[in-house]
Design a protein around this ligand. Structure first.
Ligand SMILES: NC(=O)c1ccc[n+]([C@@H]2O[C@H](COP(=O)([O-])OP(=O)(O)OC[C@H]3O[C@@H](n4cnc5c(N)ncnc54)[C@H](OP(=O)(O)O)[C@@H]3O)[C@@H](O)[C@H]2O)c1
Length: 244
């Protein structure tokens, strides 16, 4: 398989870190990003700091971060083949307690982060007439949970799902494919040691593991004919519950 250059945001921990490792292990070049420099540096060192790896710490909601990631990818590897917009935050707060600054936090990191990082890579993908953008969404966009109120992050993720389809339409003729992978509850630091409490939200009655997502992201990245798709990798969470 052709060696490609992959940018992964939010790769200092959890799903993003697992995705970055998955591509690295299969021979691709990877540029990793996350917000906190020390965490990212630890990941960089843990991955072996090899020639096929580069890093840049920065806030994805600032377009300069995306531009820097593209610059680093081109300087080190000569192309940007795949962008994985994984950096994201998710918390629960009842709707009536949400203030503007709280809502802005999710719109900024999740939506603007995905929006502007994509805006940074598309010009290079247009030059190449080839590229793939994979966003990380959630099946909760189409499946509400009354007992777990999270209107702010879910609204931001819903916008990412909509953006996915719109960009797939705008850039399809230039051979740029845009998709969203929507995970169920995945065992990552985001859930602390509480992930398994959510097992019953999935038809398979268990939570997912990071490689369940990495495997699908890799498959979508290497496909030439998947675009405009929202792909649930969620143990059936989007379809129903397994609660007693
Ligand atoms: N885990 C799940 O069950 C689940 C389910 C559905 C969707 N997702 C989505 O999957 C993605 C990854 O989640 P996760 O569980 O792996 O979370 P995680 O372990 O908390 O990791 C999130 C990563 O995003 C980075 N990040 C956060 N804000 C950022 C910003 N403004 N700029 C750059 N990087 C930023 C973090 O960097 P720092 O640590 O440096 O802040 C960290 O590396 C998120 O988009 C999340 O919404 C997760």
């Amino acid at each position: 398989m052709k060696k490609q250059t992959i940018i992964v945001t939010g790769a200092g921990s959890g799903i993003g870190k697992g995705i970055a490792k998955y591509f690295l292990d299969r021979g691709d070049n990877v540029v990793i990003n996350s917000f906190t420099e020390t965490a990212l540096q630890n990941t960089f060192d843990e991955f072996g700091a090899g020639d096929n790896l580069a890093m840049f710490a920065g806030d994805v909601s600032n377009k300069k971060t995306g531009e820097e990631l593209v610059k680093i990818a081109l300087e080190n590897f000569g192309s940007v083949d795949v962008l994985i917009n994984n950096a994201g935050i998710f918390e629960s707060k009842p709707f009536l307690e949400v203030e503007e600054s709280y809502l802005d936090k999710f719109l900024s990191t999740n939506l603007k982060g995905t929006y502007f990082t994509t805006q940074s890579v598309i010009p290079q993908m247009l030059k190449q007439q080839d590229g793939v953008v994979i966003n990380i969404g959630t099946p909760l966009v189409n499946h509400g949970l009354g007992g777990w109120p999270a209107s702010a992050p879910i609204a931001s993720k819903g916008a990412i799902h909509a953006l996915t389809i719109q960009l797939a339409a705008e850039f399809g003729k230039q051979n740029i494919r845009v998709n969203t992978v929507a995970p169920g509850v995945i065992r990552t630091p985001m859930h602390g040691d509480k992930a398994d409490l959510s097992a019953g939200l999935h038809l398979v009655n268990r939570v997912g593991e990071i490689d369940d997502i990495a495997e699908m992201v890799y498959t979508v990245a290497k496909s030439n004919f998947i675009t405009g798709s929202i792909i649930n990798v969620d143990g059936g969470k989007g379809a129903g519950h397994n609660l007693n």
